[in-house]
Design a protein around this ligand. Structure first.
Ligand code: IPM
Ligand code: MG
Length: 370
């Protein structure tokens, strides 16, 4: 079968390459067992790209990402590069890709699987069955706003500047993604900002209200200040279904939401661009755990989030719902069977490393496909 699905794989730094290796095994399995064939290219990003080519996101990586149907991203960054000047930092790898591919809608599910209820630091009753989705804007806001920089004042003291800025079109397009998702879930959307202190927050609230009123009157919309949302997430997370937020608040709240689930090692994400007339959209999929340099190279990282990111890729970029579900079910079965990587250990479970976890997922896939 011809490889009509073009993927760019960017393992990046830290545990990225190790967990990506397990996904490559899943992709090979799919080639053999599910008769879909992927054309896979591997590229450089982050510190790895910096060392090899002098830039955390070389032009060639951007070109290949634009030409691919979907990008599967690992993670970038590490202490080795912490003291580099701003324009060399590995994090620019992901930021530039988001910007150049127009990936404005970042979908971050926080899902508590039953076998992992005890991995959360919250009481089991508070998190059991938790299933929420954060939709975070990722090409605007304070991450990219101008002016920005550090300047020296006439008195010789330095001043650092960042600018939070949103146009109504930027707000509207990400709001539509969130409303659409809410419709597919339980029809509730909470939009988050600081309209009480920020002008861009006031506009955010107004635009989201207008879109709701005019285009999604059936979706139950509520608004929440970001600080309150953080508190509510920690206290009563199950009140939420879809949460919509700008770049910075979305960054912070999605880490909090992830922590509720007990392990960053389990959570995938998708970042989507606007669909063109044929429905095709640029898209990048990445685990939210980051490069975890402290455990990199030890063979103990949890590959599940990277595998689940691949499942999201199948669902969102190729409409392969059945295959996506298969991977998700396989992962859940492995956990239910008691195997755990170090990050999700619980009483009565067996500790295994990255590749044994990968083996176990492949075995479950075999069973599911039998
Ligand atoms: C994330 C990360 C990134 C961000 C960093 C690595 C630039 O924290 O994807 O949440 O702040 O967006
Ligand atoms: Mg973050």
């Amino acid at each position: 079968m011809s490889a009509n699905k073009k993927l760019l794989v960017l393992p990046g730094d830290g545990i990225g390459p190790e967990v990506m290796h397990e996904v490559r095994r899943v992709i090979d399995w799919m080639d053999r067992r599910r008769h879909v064939s992927f054309g896979i290219e591997e590229g450089l990003v982050g510190g790895a790209a910096l060392e090899a080519e002098g830039s955390p996101c070389p032009d060639r990586t951007v070109e290949r990402a634009l030409a691919a149907d979907a990008v599967l991203f690992g993670s970038v960054g590490g202490p080795k590069w912490d003291s580099l000047p701003f324009d060399k930092r590995p994090e620019l790898g992901i930021l530039r890709l988001r910007k150049e591919l127009g990936l404005f809608a970042n979908l971050r599910p926080a899902l508590v699987l039953e076998p992992l209820v005890d991995a959360s630091s919250l009481k089991p009753d508070v998190v059991r069955g938790l299933d929420l989705m954060i939709v975070r804007e990722t090409t605007g806001g304070i991450y990219f706003g101008e002016p920005r920089g550090v300047e020296t004042l006439p008195n010789g003291k330095r001043r650092g500047i960042d600018t939070e800025v949103y146009t109504e079109d930027e707000i509207a397009r990400v709001a539509r993604v969130a409303f659409d998702l809410a419709r597919k879930r339980s029809n509730r959307l909470t939009s988050v900002e600081k309209a009480n202190v920020m002008q861009s927050g006031r506009l955010w609230r107004a635009v989201v209200s207008e879109i709701g009123r005019d285009e999604f009157p059936d979706v139950e919309l509520s608004h929440m200040y970001a600080d309150n949302c953080a508190m509510q997430l920690a206290n009563r997370p199950k009140q939420f279904d879809v949460i919509l937020a700008g770049n910075l608040f979305g960054d912070v709240l999605s880490d909090l939401a992830a922590a509720l689930t007990g392990s960053l090692g389990m959570l995938p994400s998708a970042t989507l661009g606007a669909p063109d007339s044929s429905g095709r959209r640029n898209a990048l999929y990445e685990p939210i755990h980051g490069s975890a340099p402290d455990i990199a190279g030890k063979g103990i990282a949890n590959p599940c989030a990277q595998m689940l990111s691949f499942a999201m890729l199948l669902r969102w970029s190729f409409g392969m719902e059945e295959d996506a579900k298969m991977i998700e079910t396989a992962v859940e079965k492995v956990l239910a069977g008691g195997l755990r990587t170090a990050d999700i250990m619980g009483p009565g479970t067996a500790r295994v490393g990255t590749s044994v976890m990968g083996d176990a997922v492949l075995r479950e896939l075999d069973k599911l496909a039998a």
